[in-house]
Write a protein of this length. Structure first.
Ligand SMILES: Cc1ncc(COP(=O)(O)O)c(C=O)c1O
Length: 404
């Protein structure tokens, strides 16, 4: 019997398209290839010995618990610790406001499952995180795009979009993926005010906030809303759903992230998660808890930040040296990405095959725009390669650009 699988897929499955990044990542396996395309942390930063020690202690002391099924909401000591660490400055986060997810990517998918009917609108930054679009395309979302500049999205340009009643606003306020741009403090205040005035929730996705190389940390949108008295435990429609992850501060392979939201939203997300994976791996959660409680995650941050700052500096210096004067790029204060705008008339998708031939890859920016555009843009990652490899990669790319 021959089954025509194509005819069997649901409409939403047809809307799921492969990620350009994942395809490109396959190329990084060739020797001497320099991939500036992925979004991988520096493997040298993984605290392998600390993870091994924690895992051994957990298995010795409470092995049956660590290997047993657990609560969908997450390992309670980890939820409690996250709630404590996120409270403060007028914001109270209770354990009922915290859900542990299998990376924040799962939180994005659960949000789609819980909030999005076919055709619903999501207001996203333009450009925005590609895999959020991939998650929500599966729920047949449509997108309104908020234009960005060097200070993030401009809340005052959102009026007409907000009147079209998006289900939520999606924002990556710190060192955004893909642009590296940070939302300015006055815009944070304004965004929170405007969203509350229109009754639209904000999904704040903050995987990179702890990776700050310079300047002072800015309050999260969650903290701003909390300080104005309608915080995570409140029922106000202008609420914030805050996502974060241990992927960038510890290790992405552990797949541990979290959501902070009003308790009723957490309960819904937990129901959706039950149907997805029952719960995030207990041993992984125990390991994260051990290293968070013991201060090892905090202690490792300094070295990660110093390493990434050096790599960013190498990338910015190489761009100045090797890229045409008519190209523009962002100067991120943290995170993992630089965003380049090529000279007028250039097309990053056209450029990519020649770059790959020269042994260097990037992600063409068009992928990050849900409704098209961005042909002149591209994303470069600086966290994964050494400064020398970054310099060499940008030199190769500069040569390809000159040729082009
Ligand atoms: C903006 C953003 N959100 C979410 C994620 C997902 O991270 P994870 O699922 O590893 O926690 C990433 C990863 O690159 C990201 O850049």
């Amino acid at each position: 019997m021959t089954i025509h699988w194509d005819e069997r897929y649901a409409r939403r499955a047809r809307l799921m398209t492969g990620s350009a990044i994942r395809e490109l990542l396959k190329l990084t396996e060739q020797p001497d290839f320099i991939s500036l395309a992925g979004g991988l942390p520096a493997p040298e930063s993984f605290p392998i010995a600390e993870v091994a020690t924690a895992a051994q202690a957990i298995l010795r002391e409470r092995g049956t618990q660590a290997l047993q099924y657990g609560a969908t909401e997450g390992y309670r000591p980890l939820r409690e610790l996250i709630a404590r660490r996120m409270s403060g400055g007028g914001l109270t986060v209770a354990v009922e406001n915290v859900l542990i997810t299998s990376g924040s990517q799962q939180a994005l998918d659960l949000l789609g499952k819980v909030f999005l009917d076919a055709g619903d609108r999501v207001l996203v930054e333009s450009p925005t995180y590609l895999a959020a679009l991939q998650a929500w395309n599966g729920y047949e979302a449509t997108y309104l795009e908020a234009p960005m500049d060097g200070a993030g999205l401009d809340p005052d340009a959102l009026g007409s979009h907000l009147r079209r009643v998006p289900k939520f606003i999606y924002c990556v306020p710190n060192f955004q993926n893909p642009t590296g741009v940070t939302l300015a403090l006055d815009r944070r205040h304004r965004l929170v005010q405007l969203a509350a005035a229109h009754g639209v929730p904000i999904v704040e996705d903050d995987p990179y906030g702890a990776l700050r190389f310079e300047g002072d940390p800015l309050p999260s949108l969650l903290a701003l809303v909390g300080a104005s008295d309608n915080g995570a435990s409140g029922r106000d429609a202008g609420g914030v759903i805050h996502l974060s992850t241990f992927s960038k501060t510890l290790a992405p392979g552990l797949r541990v992230g979290w959501v902070v939201a009003p308790a009723e939203v957490i309960a819904r997300l937990a129901l959706a998660k039950q149907g997805t994976d029952l719960h995030t791996g207990t041993l992984d959660q125990c390991i994260v808890h051990e290293l968070l409680a013991g201060g090892q995650i905090e202690a490792g941050l300094g070295a990660i930040v110093a390493r990434y700052r050096e790599r960013r500096d190498a990338m910015l210096a190489a761009l100045t040296e090797h890229f045409p004067a008519t190209a523009r790029w962002t100067h991120p204060d943290g995170g993992m990405f630089v965003w380049v705008t090529l000279p007028p008339g250039a097309d990053a998708v056209e450029l990519l095959p020649a770059a790959i031939e020269q042994g260097v890859a990037f992600v063409p920016g068009a992928a990050f725009y849900p409704n098209g555009g961005g042909e002149r843009t591209l994303r470069l990652n600086f966290s994964n390669a050494s400064p020398e490899r970054i310099t060499e990669g940008i030199a190769r790319l500069g040569a390809v650009l000159r040729e082009y």
